[in-house]
Ligand binder design. Structure first.
Ligand code: MLT
Length: 265
């Protein structure tokens, strides 16, 4: 489906009924990284999956796309869908956006799911790498970024045994428009440190991390879990940075158990 929100056409999927769960993808991917979770959750929950601006089937205006801008897109999408409060999940950049959303719209967040992400901002070197990545995408196209990112994205096991999944992730990245890649890279470089936010988060939090994630490693997830009161941490076996696809069964089990807990008095 498509909605005109915050001055762009945003593509989204909206499946199931009742309590809403909004799941936000990472960079430079699209909403289909959450497809296995829709199958598991939609019988009980309303699952909303946007393609972020610059990604998938959504518009790709010039960036930078700050995490605040993305948060505003999501708030506008929820307004469009007449949804007030959600369980908000984000993977990697989706997690950076979840922090921005919580900062701006805490009252709309029922619980947070932080998957393969981190709270910290970029280092100066990290910001330089992002600018170089933005320029590479603009100069040589998205396939160059896909080739650069692929080796670090998935676990050794996924790379060895699941060629179809590897090809799917590579083509997802290669199909993201260069302007979208550049906009997101420059926006992520501008994001603030969300660590000071962690101690004050007062909604239930589930943290997921692939055991073999080398982009946002388990140590980062442990730090977040230690800083957020009552956070639950689940390490996903045999998964790298895209745990939702690499070990969907374990992720789905963790999500269903966390969501069921929200209903208990
Ligand atoms: C992502 O998966 O969203 C990115 O790897 C995040 C990042 O570049 O920091």
């Amino acid at each position: 489906m498509r909605g005109y929100v915050n001055d762009i056409n945003l593509y989204y999927e909206d499946k199931g009924q009742r309590d809403a769960v909004l799941l936000v993808h990472g960079f430079p991917l699209n909403c289909t990284i959450w497809t296995p979770q829709v199958r598991a959750l939609a019988p009980q929950y309303r699952v909303i999956l946007p393609d972020l601006r610059g990604h998938g089937r959504s518009d790709a205006p010039p960036g930078p796309y700050t995490m605040d801008l993305y948060a505003d897109d999501l708030a506008a999408l929820l307004d469009h869908l007449q949804v007030r409060r959600v369980v908000l999940g984000g993977l990697s950049m989706g997690g950076y956006i979840a922090f921005a959303f919580y900062r701006k719209y805490a009252g709309r967040v029922r619980a947070l799911i932080l998957a393969d992400t981190r709270a910290g901002a970029d280092t100066p070197e990290g910001r330089e790498r992002r600018e170089a990545g933005a320029r590479l995408a603009e100069r040589e196209g998205s396939a160059a970024i896909a080739a650069q990112m692929l080796p670090n994205l998935l676990s050794p096991r996924t790379r060895e045994r699941r060629q179809a999944l590897v090809a799917r992730v590579q083509s997802m990245m290669a199909r993201t428009k260069p302007v979208g890649i550049a906009g997101a890279q420059r926006g992520m470089a501008l994001r603030p440190d969300s660590s000071p936010l962690l101690a004050g988060i007062d909604v239930p939090v589930l943290i997921l991390v692939g055991e073999d994630d080398i982009i946002t490693p388990p140590a980062e997830a442990e730090q977040m879990a230690a800083a957020i009161p009552g956070a639950r941490l689940v390490k996903v076996p045999h998964a790298g940075h895209i745990s939702t696809l690499e070990n969907a069964r374990a992720v789905n089990r963790a999500l269903l158990s966390f969501l069921a807990g929200l209903h208990r008095p």
